[in-house]
Design a protein around this ligand. Structure first.
Ligand code: PLP
Length: 399
């Protein structure tokens, strides 16, 4: 009898998801002593009030399972924050669930709402966990390609979006402000998405982890899809403390929406992680209640670092696409003679000691992102300046 214990026991639907490019590029950064602008995590701590609250909670016994939906103080803070910034009013007892980061909220939403074979309309390039979560659910992704227009801002063709909807469509999964492009969806784009969601009677799941990171020169403000007419009742809105408060290792996220949607997510979530980050939950409640100046100062600081990196990339000779928000900026390698982002990123560390990630890994249609690479600027000013200095040497090498 042959054994059913095989060399690679991984289920088929997860096989396409190998080691991520981040692992490869971070190892390369370490080996070559490069400035790592590949992965999007800050290298400074978040607001001191939040850190103090976490330390206090750890010392004062908040170390056991919190309630399944999250501690009341955090749920109330999520509701107050959503009303303050986006004018959405929710019931903290039935319309909020705290999750292990936005990642778990997205996974639980897909697992809760999609039967095998149901389709999820999403926009490529997309955050890497989306495809894996859709595959885990046995659902099918229907990517709509975002392409840079004449002004460099990314958009989609209405015909492509319409064609992605069909009888098996269950939800639209939308990330704005958008990683990796740094584009913020306009109200016109959102209105079209909203209209199609209603025409096809499907849910929307929105990943808004960069809700506070829209720069002052963005062509459009951030508009949560849930605030558009007819969308509140069918939208699950997801966010997280990680990006807004520079604590990506905490993995405290949340989902808000109508009670039936939140309940569905919670019923799946209870068997994924049940709960998480007990002593960090009161600290995130403190952070969400920080005055508006915290959020604007944080954004302005990041915008200044974006500008310093963009100047370096421009001087180096890259084509630089506009970054209106998030932690990221996209650069076109064509002017530097590059034709493939993966090859380019593999050699960049030895050429100038900087690590970036090829955008093509975020596409199903990889040729769409072949010449684009992504840099993170959520790093200390001196790190950004050193990266910019090193990148400028590319121009000299080229000349
Ligand atoms: C970073 C990121 C996440 C992950 O958020 P966590 O709270 O760390 O799980 C989700 N979506 C996007 C678009 C991100 O950039």
């Amino acid at each position: 009898m042959t054994s059913s214990i095989s060399a690679d026991p991984l289920v088929g639907r997860m096989r396409p998801f190998g080691t991520t490019i981040f692992t490869e590029m971070s190892a390369l950064a370490a080996r070559t002593g490069s400035v790592n602008l590949g992965q999007g995590f800050p290298d400074t701590d978040g607001p001191p009030e939040m850190l103090a609250a976490a330390a206090e909670a750890l010392r004062s016994g908040a170390n056991q399972y919190p309630p399944l939906p999250g501690i009341p103080a955090l749920r109330q803070a999520v509701v107050a924050h959503e009303e303050r910034f986006w004018g959405l009013t929710r019931d903290a007892d039935t319309e909020v669930v705290v999750t292990a980061g936005a990642t778990e909220a997205v996974a639980a939403a897909i697992l809760a709402l999609c039967e095998a074979g149901d389709e999820v309309v999403c926009f490529e390039p997309y955050y890497d966990s989306y495809a894996a979560s859709i595959a885990l659910a046995g659902a099918v992704r229907r990517p709509v390609t975002l392409r840079p227009g004449a002004d460099g801002r990314y958009g989609f063709d209405e015909a492509d979006l319409r064609a992605a909807f069909g009888p098996r469509t269950r939800m639209v999964l939308l990330n704005s402000p958008h990683n990796p492009t740094g584009t913020v969806f306009t109200t016109d784009q959102l209105t079209l998405i909203a209209r199609l969601c209603q025409e096809h009677d499907v849910y929307a799941v929105t990943d808004e982890v960069y809700e506070h990171l829209v720069f002052t020169d963005s062509a459009t403000p951030h508009v949560p899809l849930a605030t558009l007419p007819g969308m509140r009742e069918r939208t699950l809105r997801i966010s997280s403390a990680g990006k807004s408060f520079s604590c990506t290792g905490w993995k405290v996220g949340w989902a808000t929406g109508p009670a039936p949607l939140v309940s569905a997510v919670q019923r799946v979530k209870q068997f994924l992680t049940f709960v998480n980050a007990g002593p960090l939950q009161p600290a995130v409640a403190v952070a969400l209640a920080l005055p508006d100046t915290y959020f604007t100062t944080f954004r302005d600081g990041l915008q200044a670092r974006r500008d310093r990196l963009v100047a370096g990339l421009t001087d180096a000779g890259f084509g630089v696409l506009p970054s209106e928000g998030t932690y990221f900026v996209t650069a076109d390698i064509t002017p530097l003679g590059g034709t493939d982002g993966v090859d380019f990123c593999r050699t960049l560390p030895e050429r100038c000691g900087v690590v970036a990630v090829p955008t093509q890994v975020f596409y199903d249609h990889q040729e769409q992102g072949r010449r684009l690479i992504r840099f993170a600027f959520c790093k200390r000013e001196e790190v950004i300046d050193e990266a910019a200095r090193r990148l400028r040497t590319l121009a000299r090498a080229q000349a």
